[in-house]
Write a protein that binds this ligand. Sequence first.
Ligand SMILES: [Zn+2]
Length: 102
Amino acid sequence: MSDIVERLRARQVTNWVHATGQTPRASGKRTDPLCAAAADEIERLRAEVAQLREWLEADARCPCCDTVDACLDDCTFATDCPQDAGRMAEVRALLAARKGEA
Ligand SMILES: [Zn+2]
């Protein structure tokens, strides 16, 4: 299955010709402008999410043991700064929730 953006851009719809005084008739196919707009929006949102993730990754890095996803056994950050460690854990969970998805 190809990416949803590619599928939206490739989607074809019937092109209807409306001549005055005549019944509308199908005249071939064309790409769907609404789907193209949706693909544009998905790409814009993906770029925005990537920027936000990059920004959040700074908060996922532990100042004690310098890890980004799981602290080392001898890390004392959670004891030393429980509030900051709580935020770090939330950010790590948020970032991990979408890993592996495109
Ligand atoms: Zn740590």
